[in-house]
Design a protein around this ligand. Structure first.
Ligand SMILES: CC(C)(COP(=O)(O)OP(=O)(O)OC[C@H]1O[C@@H](n2cnc3c(N)ncnc32)[C@H](O)[C@@H]1OP(=O)(O)O)[C@@H](O)C(=O)NCCC(=O)NCCS
Length: 135
């Protein structure tokens, strides 16, 4: 397996992204999503036999806040430790830059994966909040 900071192609990423079902909410095409990848602070891709089997990215201000997004392991390669490898690389990048606060939103039933890496829920009286598709 090759770990690389080089972006995958839009096609490679979209194929992996489509395994999650998340695009039902975003309704983005592959070129729109690729702009998001290109504007990221840091991306890590895992390639095996020329197939993108894992991915993760960070958007960040470079000093204080980082948000981890799109941690995706191909369904056929889950449970092999690849997701942990992706997260280790994303966290190492933040540590290298001494980012003070690393945040993420857990997908359904994935909180345990992040808890093993040291992430904690925010307190009930200070939850993460969001607005979806307000336009
Ligand atoms: C969540 C995901 C990234 C985990 O990747 P993975 O490669 O399957 O996980 P790993 O094999 O690296 O697991 C690392 C550890 O986390 C645990 N773990 C993995 N998924 C878990 C889950 N859903 N709940 C609790 N623990 C979990 C593993 O048992 C393993 O524990 P261990 O170190 O004690 O053996 C992967 O399942 C995935 O891509 N899912 C679809 C997309 C998604 O939901 N991504 C998360 C977005 S927030």
């Amino acid at each position: 397996m090759i770990y690389t900071e080089k972006l995958p192609t839009a096609e490679q990423f979209f194929e992996l992204f489509e395994t999650t079902g998340w695009n039902a909410k975003y309704e983005l095409n592959k070129d729109e999503y690729y702009i998001a990848l290109k504007n990221s602070w840091y991306c890590i891709s895992i390639i095996d036999n020329e197939q993108l089997v894992g991915f993760g990215r960070i958007i960040c201000d470079g000093v204080v806040h980082a948000l981890i997004l799109d941690v995706i392991i191909h369904p056929e390669r889950q449970g092999e430790g690849v997701g942990k490898d992706v997260m280790d690389k994303l966290i190492a990048k933040c540590k290298k830059h001494k980012i003070r606060d690393i945040q993420l939103f857990s997908a359904a039933d994935k909180a345990g994966f992040y808890e093993k890496l040291g992430f904690k829920n925010r307190a009930n009286n200070s939850p993460g909040m969001e607005i979806e598709k307000y336009w």
